[in-house]
Design a protein around this ligand. Structure first.
Ligand code: SF4
Ligand code: SF4
Length: 383
């Protein structure tokens, strides 16, 4: 397993996380080996948005004695009424079900208090100017939560949240198909194939790109949900690209977006756990999403870097994807953020080391003019 620092929280998280929603309804005898098996394989971050009492109790039991190894995303606003999940902004219910989460998980703190599912401006205004955010701040001030998070499927709303400076962690629905979609796409439409039939879809939606760049610049770590598009991308018939991607290609795509720290994979059996946790042992060519996506007309990037490093090897040892990522971040800002400058400086080779051999440009499936971009990086960063 490999780890990343979750933005400004400083919390180290495994790049493969565990989205626990599929554990709801399973017997404890299946839950325990999955949770413990995940920990044994180095997975340390778990999203537990579910409000069903039994699954919370079972997750707490499965983590008993190993709580300190886990980073928990517990949700503020995921409640349980009349035998079913409900999203609520009623502060009494938010408090009661967050306390219920801690009690059933047998824990005195939650690593990330995730304000649950904010997808439209009206809800955003109510949450950020009302008692839900006050409650999250109170929890953080008391040390009951280590960081404030927010989950969302809407990039424009997520961007508003990130820019407030109040949100330390963003849980966001991210995959190559969703990245094409207009920012006002409704959550329910993410699961409908017709959503992707719009002929004008082409390349990454600029608000989504801006969101990832803003997160990176402001130190907001992204944890990814729906990295496989709820399985849609794995199925040739359902995939909007007309071909299936693999689990590994989807994970690799998500992990190469700016600010992404962990992909919360929904796993419901040991076979899925073995495969997902084995991501880092997968040969590079099997993770390579660039070769297939570059053949998808909708994914035409017109010379835009996708941070895939398909262009390597570079005789100057430049990590071309990283240089391009920091260059895009710099170009997106009026002044280069200090964090971006520091990250660029810490690379072992820089744009200025480029010898203009051109081999990368022949290898790039997205037609990126790498030599020009290396020159631009040198101009902006000075090396
Ligand atoms: S230059 Fe091309 S191959 Fe290299 S990281 Fe960017 S998109 Fe991928
Ligand atoms: S052109 Fe520059 S960046 Fe590309 S492979 Fe050659 S030395 Fe590396």
């Amino acid at each position: 397993m490999e780890y990343r620092t979750l933005g400004r929280t400083g919390i180290k998280v495994s790049q493969i996380g565990f989205g626990c929603e599929h554990l709801q309804g399973k017997p404890y005898e299946e839950i325990e080996p999955l949770i413990r098996g995940a920990l044994d394989r180095g997975i340390n971050i778990f999203d537990m948005f579910m409000s069903q009492p039994q699954v919370r109790t079972d997750l707490g039991k499965a983590l008993a004695g190993r709580r300190e190894q886990a980073v928990l995303q517990g949700h503020i606003g995921a409640c349980w009424e009349d035998g079913q999940y409900v999203r609520s902004r009623d502060i009494g219910k938010c408090r009661a079900f967050f306390e219920d989460f801690m009690e059933r998980l047998q824990t005195s703190y939650v690593d990330i208090g995730m304000i649950h599912y904010v997808d439209d401006d009206k809800d955003f205004d109510g949450v950020f100017n009302g008692p839900v955010m006050e409650y999250a701040k109170e929890l953080k001030a008391k040390g009951t939560i280590r960081a404030i998070g927010m989950s969302s499927h809407n990039p424009a709303v997520a961007l508003r949240a990130v820019k407030t400076g109040l949100v330390d962690v963003l849980m966001f629905s991210l995959n190559p198909a969703y990245d094409l979609l207009p920012e006002d796409t409704l959550c329910d439409d993410l699961f409908v194939k017709d959503t992707f039939q719009n002929p004008s879809l082409s390349g990454v939606n600029p608000i989504r790109a801006e969101l990832y760049q803003a997160c990176e610049a402001l130190g907001v770590g992204i944890t990814v949900m729906k990295g496989l598009g709820a399985g849609m991308l794995l199925n040739e018939k359902a995939s909007p690209f007309g071909f299936a991607l693999t689990v590994e290609q989807c994970i690799h795509y998500a992990l190469t977006r700016p600010a992404v720290c962990s992909v919360m994979a929904g796993m419901s059996n040991m076979k899925q756990l073995e495969r997902t946790a084995g991501y880092f042992e997968t040969p590079e060519e099997d993770k390579d999403f660039a070769k297939v996506l570059s053949t998808a007309p909708k994914f035409s990037m017109k010379g835009k870097c996708m941070y895939c490093n398909h262009c390597l090897p570079c005789p100057a040892q430049i990590d071309i994807a990283q240089v391009n990522k920091f260059l895009d971040l710099a170009l997106a800002s009026d002044s280069v953020p200090d964090t971006v400058r520091q990250h660029y400086a810490s690379l072992s080779a820089h744009g200025g080391d480029c010898m203009a051999c051109g081999s990368c440009e022949g290898n790039c499936p997205f037609g990126v003019q790498v030599i020009q971009r290396m020159e631009k990086a040198k101009e902006i960063f000075g090396v």
